[in-house]
Design a protein around this ligand. Sequence first.
Ligand code: GAP
Length: 421
Amino acid sequence: MEKITSLAKRRGFIYPGSEIYGGFAGFWDYGPLGIELKNNIKREWWKSMVYGREDVVGLDAAIIMNPKVWEASGHVEAFTDPLVECKKCHHRFRADKVEDGKCPDCGGSLTEPKKFNLLTEVYVGTTEEGKKKTYLRGEITQGVFVNFRNVVDSTRVKVPFGIAQIGKAFRNEITAGNLTFRSREFEQMELEYFVEPNEKEAEKTFEFWKDTRMNWYVSLGMSKENLRFRDHEEKEKAHYARKATDIEYKAPFGWSEFEGIHHRGDYDLSNHNLSYKDEEAGKEYTPWVIETSGGIDRSALFFLLDAYQEDKDRVILKLDPRLAPFKVAVFPLLANKEDLVREAKRVYDLLRGKFYVAWDARGNIGKRYFAQDEIGTPWCVTVDFQTLDDETVTVRDRDTAKQDRVPIDKLSDYFQNKLGV
Ligand code: GAP
């Protein structure tokens, strides 16, 4: 974790939020490379969950909603974690994360657990009297449910179908930590999939999405041996869940959840008084919901951890090329040879419109390779003296260090083929 935390900061993936003012616990900023990694995860997710399916549509609901939404959804009443406080140093902890009943900071004794609501309050309105209290969304999910009727009325979807959404959620976590793993502001990528209300259909759908979501992480390069499913015990299930299974990653701080598959039954639609009319079959019912809820920050962190490799003093981030921030880096062999630099700039400009491309003319070529390996750039293009004669360049592969000689006018196709786009 120390190595990833330091790499993330040094190379511009993740910075502590509000750092020049001493930081702000539980908030993080993504740097120039971090935003690329997150955008790439989101793009791949959207491609597989929306564009790749006939039965799923997208949505982007407001972060701030009428407080009645959160009363109906059960979050005002039940979105809680058990909190204990040290009687000596007054530090607070999640009761389920304290192991021996003693304060992890000073060893003092702890209070009995109290329920602590995780919703973050906000006040909306211009005058003191007119200000209305509501909440930043604790899960992005409710925006989908309150739009259920709108989506059914304005599109051609028919049960079974899904609504996909990506966006920020906020939780007043009692303790934040492990870099972005437990943050107070984070992003989720979720699918709410609506099925007819019967156990057989729900069970089949639950199993389908469990496998589909696990395979998605593996298809993007996460090692199988670092992944597992874990079913929730009765006492740990969220207030809305009939059944829940987590996808967990073997992190340096232990097996940790980063996506949940939930059987929410009719809990939400019933609470919002919503139902569905099947015109063809002439029946009306409240669909059940199978949900897949992944965290983008946790996925990004685990993709980074999983990709991190050392080879003597060299660090290689073996990210899948689809997730890597830069796809290609372009260098002139020597920075002080004008014609090499001019030609390399031409190659850089040629590729730039199609891929996110890095330019580097500092130090020697070996150092430039190392610097690109460390941020996961899959291919480095070098313009050398042969380029000036025959318009070919060398393309060096991050993982094998093998070099191909490729004509400049074939470079775009070469990378497009490699990326499968
Ligand atoms: N709509 C269901 C839902 O929100 P959840 O299990 O509470 O379910 C889903 O959250 C995912 O959101 C988690 O698996 C995790 O990846 C992410 N997540 C939840 N709390 C988080 C936090 N404090 N910091 C970062 N990610 C978080």
